[in-house]
Ligand binder design. Structure first.
Ligand SMILES: NC(=O)c1ccc[n+]([C@@H]2O[C@H](COP(=O)([O-])OP(=O)(O)OC[C@H]3O[C@@H](n4cnc5c(N)ncnc54)[C@H](O)[C@@H]3O)[C@@H](O)[C@H]2O)c1
Length: 240
């Protein structure tokens, strides 16, 4: 029977690339997001059902997961992809505008989804949790103290969780994308984007499918011996 995968923030950018690739690989895929028009368009483009779930809101995750598991099936593969940026130099950051929302969407969200979905995985003795971090969580970035903190936090959470659920057949791994062309990076000025591409040894910007490929590898049955790992998918830009 086809395995069920949930991709958070899955209606555009990297998440959409992951959802479409998993669908192509034969998974039953569901996505969640917070923008109704994006959810509807993605469903009509791909046939993949989308659910409006704010992953920063614990109760919304409880209710949404219940609905997905009833309509699509018990979740075998969880891809925590939803993320936001609220960049500013640290001295200009405020809790309300820059810190709290980024911590909630990028880090607390992983607590919420794992806390709700993991018990079913451990009971069924099979699961794959794949958390999308960032190269900037590995190295830091000017203007991203908030974002980098969440992305580094995701790595710590994943390593600890991997230890706790390894015996139950659930693996937990992290993917750290480098520069990937999505709406998030497309909003950057062209000259900055071009300058960034010059720093990438493979001399191109990444595509969502570059990340999706790594997800497919980690989600496979054969990947049961890979857990607690952080896989960099960045064209060689950072070799941690
Ligand atoms: N694009 C890059 O170069 C890059 C690099 C490193 C890491 N990442 C990470 O990859 C992930 C995807 O990035 P992207 O570039 O595709 O971003 P994106 O902004 O294009 O897509 C993110 C999606 O998440 C959804 N989302 C936002 N808040 C949400 C919430 N509270 N609940 C549910 N969904 C929510 C958005 O509506 C959007 O559809 C993020 O975690 C990002 O930090 C991206």
């Amino acid at each position: 029977m086809a395995r069920v995968a949930l991709v958070t923030g899955g209606t555009r950018g990297i998440g959409a690339g992951i959802a479409k690739r998993l669908q192509k690989e034969g998974y039953k895929v569901a996505v969640c997001d917070v923008v109704d028009e994006q959810i509807a368009k993605f469903k009509s483009d791909t046939g993949i059902p989308g659910y409006n779930i704010n992953v920063a809101d614990y109760q919304a995750v409880v209710d949404g997961v219940k609905k997905i598991e009833a309509e699509v099936g018990p979740i075998d593969v969880l891809v925590n992809n939803a993320g936001i940026t609220r960049d500013a130099r640290f001295v200009k950051m405020t809790r309300e505008k820059n810190w709290d929302p980024v911590i909630a969407v990028n880090l607390t969200s992983a607590f919420n989804t794992c806390n709700v979905i993991l018990p079913g995985m451990t009971e069924r003795k099979w699961g794959r949790i794949i958390n999308i971090s960032s190269m900037n969580g590995q190295r830091g970035q000017f203007g991203q103290c908030n974002y980098s903190a969440t992305k580094a936090g995701i790595i710590g959470l994943s390593r600890s969780l991997a230890m706790e659920c390894a015996k139950a057949g659930v693996t937990v791994n992290v993917i750290c994308p480098g520069f990937i062309l999505t709406e998030m990076t497309g909003a950057m000025p062209k000259e900055i984007l071009d300058a960034e591409v010059q720093k990438i040894p493979v001399q191109r910007i990444g595509q969502p499918d570059d990340i999706a490929y790594a997800v497919v590898v980690l989600a496979a049955d054969d990947a049961s011996f890979i857990t607690g790992q952080t896989i960099s998918v960045n064209g060689g830009q950072l070799m941690p």
